[in-house]
Design a protein around this ligand. Structure first.
Ligand code: NAD
Length: 323
């Protein structure tokens, strides 16, 4: 089974359904990536912060060596971590990430969060995480998003990234980016599920031709894995009456309904699982349609409930970035 593609403003085609790599354990990661290629995934969504890019690269290298896929058929996404926003740090870390993946360009490279933190030498700690001392101290860098975006554009000019984009930006930051971008962000990757629908941000992206990638399509489920109280307290989306009812009506699983809710509106999705049968099931989320009245029912489930923010992971002082 293959995913349809979406044409980005950069001119490149991006698979609409990809595979998420956050929380994929190091010891099983290479095999998981290999199995995902085998299941038909061509887009892989990684990041420095996931701490598994080397293993992802091993899985990809094996899949290419075994003839399952060619490099040019893959769409590899990675992200710039906050401690590498200083202009002179962007290219060196991108080169290191490419080396970990055993590739020489990213199909898409994203600013992970619009937050610049003080540089942490990768030889001291990698991935660096949010804290300067690895425990609790937050140190901001004075680098602006505009300066970092300029360095991201440099990656395209040097052939290290084909397309560049952003993640976890809200409307104000995006409006600002569009004022100075010589290369416009091709995609915005955001938390998007029925409990966090962000309709105005989606309208802005549509108007500006920015492709949206939805992450954490299953809402709280992905965050229970990181032991988040807020996620444990929320009603699981896959067991929600509306979602379960629609799954029965359309003869699909609740997870397919949640993924189709995004793909039907033209957004990309990047679900993650370690189970091959579920990989295949998740990939199959573009071949049926949900009636408009049912899409409207899902629209009424919005709680503006965001799971992925620093203050949900640790006692964050000075990191109220979605405030
Ligand atoms: P997800 O929404 O994909 O949920 C993952 C959880 O759902 C896992 O526990 C998995 O076992 C379970 N699951 C997957 N498919 C299932 C199915 N069909 N039936 C039942 N359970 C199923 O969660 P996620 O990992 O939070 O997000 C997906 C990807 O998005 C990440 O791996 C990462 O690549 C990306 N992401 C990006 C950011 C960012 O800041 N840019 C943040 C979070 C996630």
């Amino acid at each position: 089974m293959a995913s349809p593609t979406i044409k980005l403003s950069s001119g490149y085609e991006m698979p609409q359904v990809g595979f998420g790599l956050w929380k994929v354990a190091n010891d099983t990661c290479a095999e998981t990536v290999y199995q995902a290629v085998k299941a038909g995934y061509r887009l892989f969504d990684g990041a420095c912060d996931y701490g598994n890019e080397k293993e992802c690269g091993e899985g990809i290298a094996r899949a290419i060596k075994d003839g399952l896929v060619k490099r040019e058929e893959l769409f590899i996404v990675s992200k710039l971590w906050q401690t590498f926003h200083d202009v002179d740090k962007v290219e060196p870390i991108t080169r290191r990430q490419l080396a970990d993946w055993q590739i020489d360009y990213f199909d898409l490279f994203l600013i992970h969060f619009p937050v610049a933190l003080e540089y942490v030498d990768p030889s001291v700690r990698y991935p660096p995480g949010w804290h300067y001392d690895g425990k609790s101290e937050v140190r901001w860098s004075k680098t602006t998003n505009e300066q970092t975006w300029g360095a991201m554009e440099g990656l395209v000019e040097k052939g290290l990234a084909r397309s560049i984009g952003v993640s976890n930006y809200q409307a104000q930051t995006l409006y600002d980016t569009l004022k100075y971008a010589k290369i416009r962000p091709a995609t915005l990757q955001i938390e998007l599920h029925p409990y966090l629908q962000q309709p105005d941000l989606l309208k802005l992206c549509k108007r500006e031709g920015i492709t949206v990638t939805a992450y954490s399509s299953f809402g709280p489920t992905g965050f229970i894995e990181c032991d988040m109280d807020r996620a444990r307290d929320a009603a699981p989306l896959m067991e929600h009456d509306v979602i379960k009812g629609l799954a029965e009506k359309y003869g699909k699983t609740p997870s397919q309904i949640l993924l189709r809710w995004s793909t039907q509106r033209g957004f990309a999705v990047i679900p993650k699982t370690s189970r091959p049968a579920i990989m295949t099931q998740n990939l199959d989320c573009t071949t049926f349609d949900i009636d408009q009245a049912d899409m409207d029912r899902i629209a009424r489930m919005d709680l503006n409930l965001r799971f992925n923010k620093p203050t949900n992971y640790f006692d964050a002082e000075d990191l109220w970035i979605f405030g």
